[in-house]
Design a binder for this molecule. Structure first.
Ligand code: HEM
Length: 505
């Protein structure tokens, strides 16, 4: 067995030292000029002021004060790694996407795990949904599958996303989080949150690490095959390490002892050659099935029941490489659900529709207009008519920057054109609040049929922990909401809160 590597500078920097024993590298300025002195600024005498002409000093200070970029507005704390996706089963009857074109085909990938609500320095082991985003570097360009570790989400219309994020972030007056009043107020006013709340407060709300979590595309997507046939689909990735979660007390202790617990675990596992892997599956629904399904297949607060839409095996992915520069490769990675490739399409899922706009927009703000030219975000080739702007690296090899042109500029792709679906749309344009569209049937299935008794007990304890700091009115509203899942759940919550009140008296 190889010596376990450590995640500290001693290990990482001694490797550098070993590789540079004979090095004759000299320090240079950022513009490459050899530096005569590093330990002293240029002053007039011993106590004199520093001269403006110490330009290297000014350059370094100016670079330092610009070291941070805005953190992600959500999913700020995370960790990532690189690896490959391999096709194990033929699904070309459903999609012509090149990434799935033949069994054994491998595609390089990048993955970023994250938590939703905390900031960049937040402890890893808090109760939250975890992000699980995959970037596929395919022959047909970048495909970003920006998923979570839950198959469903709290709300179903992107119009409510900013509000939902506000209630899990800091209270703008007190600057504290979690703010239990904001959370329970919104959650109980939108009972569509019930199903995801059950998952959020279950054991899965605090994963033991990023390697032992399943992942899901969460939103509904679509496939188009080589004959132009159209299918709706959901993506699932199942951990080959199994699932592991942390008891809340341990999670709390670890949050204090090692806030980067999940980040450290992922980095060290990969350094030691213990490469995490996941099996990749799809669920498929035909447009006819979608039209006649008993629940809305484009509602991301609902799962597609596996009994009706079984998991179809597709492939497997492995993470076998750590980033060499966290900032360059993970902080600057930008995932975008609108980055789809021929053979994969969006669906009318209202959350996905909002996401198609939001990610590119936030990247242009967070990373700049040319973020897709950064190596970690860049496709293998990109020929288009966009030019210039901050951070430009490429110029499409000097091709014409206008279309049409008479100088052999890039042409449209007939295969991509053939795969563009014809989408029949009908209906009156109006705002339809879908918030009361059967919010409890699937939550009931989860509570009554899927959860075991000990899991129910722990979930109620976790809910009570979050309910006890809020007001009696909101506690009562939550009890009513969860009683719609099962009277027994409502009773248990009331009993849990009563016990706490008695202890406090
Ligand atoms: C309308 C609804 C949504 C909006 C507007 C939205 C917006 C955003 C934004 C602005 C970011 C930060 C991106 C960055 O700065 O790099 C983000 C990150 C993320 N979102 Fe969403 N989001 C929505 C719903 C969802 C849903 C339903 C999921 C579930 C799969 C999800 C999963 C993620 C993940 C995993 C990341 C982190 C990506 C990374 O690792 O860089 N989001 N989202």
């Amino acid at each position: 067995m190889s010596t376990p590597k450590r995640d500290t500078a001693a290990e990482q920097l001694s490797e550098f030292a070993k590789n540079h024993e004979e090095s004759e590298d000299t320090i240079t300025t950022t513009w490459g000029v050899p530096l005569p002195e590093k330990d002293a600024s240029l002053t007039v005498g011993y106590h004199g002021p520093i001269l403006l002409q110490d330009y290297n000093l000014i350059d370094e200070l100016a670079h330092f004060t610009r070291e941070r970029i805005p953190e992600r507005v959500v999913h700020a704390k995370g960790a990532g790694a690189f690896g490959y996706f391999e096709v194990t089963h033929d699904i070309t009857r459903y999609t012509a996407a090149k990434v799935f074109s033949e069994v054994n085909k491998k595609t390089p990938i990048a993955v970023r795990f994250s938590q939703v609500a905390g900031e960049l320095g937040y402890p890893d082991t808090i109760r939250d949904i975890r992000g699980f985003a995959i970037k596929f570097y395919t022959e047909d360009g970048i495909w970003d599958l920006v998923g979570n570790n839950a198959p469903i989400f709290f709300i179903k219309d992107c119009a409510l996303f900013p509000s939902f994020i506000h209630v899990v972030k800091r209270n703008p007056v007190t600057h504290m989080r979690p703010d239990y009043d904001m959370f329970w107020d919104m959650v109980t006013l939108r009972p569509e949150t019930t199903h995801t709340c059950l998952m959020f407060f279950s054991d899965r709300g605090i994963p033991a690490n990023y390697r032992q979590m399943h992942g899901y595309g969460t939103n509904t997507f679509a496939f188009v095959n080589a004959h132009g046939e159209f299918f709706y689909c959901k993506f699932h990735y199942r951990s080959e390490q199994g699932i592991a979660t942390l008891p809340p007390k341990d999670a709390q202790r670890i949050a204090g002892e090692d806030p980067d617990f999940h980040t450290r675990d992922l980095y060290n596992a990969i350094e030691k050659g213990n490469y995490p892997s996941w099996k990749f599956y799809v669920q498929i629904m035909t447009p006819e099935q979608a039209a006649n399904n008993s629940y809305d297949p484009f509602d991301d607060t609902k799962v597609w029941l596996k009994a009706d839409f079984p998991l179809i095996p597709v492939g497997r992915f492995v993470l076998n490489k750590n980033p060499k520069n966290y900032f360059a490769e993970i902080e600057q990675i930008g995932f975008d659900p609108a980055h789809l490739i021929p053979g994969i399409e969006p669906s009318p899922d209202r959350m996905l529709q909002g996401r198609l706009f939001a990610y590119g927009d936030t990247h242009r703000y967070r990373l700049g207009v040319n973020h897709l030219q950064l190596p970690v975000n860049s496709p293998f080739k990109a020929n288009n008519f966009s030019r210039d702007g901050k951070g430009t690296l490429n110029n499409s090899a000097g091709a014409p920057n206008y279309h049409p042109n008479s100088f052999n500029g890039p042409k449209i792709d007939s295969r991509a054109k053939a795969l563009s679906p014809v989408i029949p749309l009908k209906g009156d344009a109006k705002r339809i609040d879908s918030g009361d569209d059967d919010n409890f049937t699937q939550a009931r299935l989860l509570y009554q049929r899927v959860m075991k008794e000990d899991e129910r007990v722990r979930m109620v304890e976790n809910m009570v922990t979050w309910l006890k700091p809020t007001t009696t009115i909101l506690q009562e509203r939550a009890i009513v909401m969860f009683s719609n899942v099962d009277d027994d759940l409502g009773r248990r919550l009331r009993a849990g809160l009563d016990t706490i009140q008695q202890i406090n008296l």
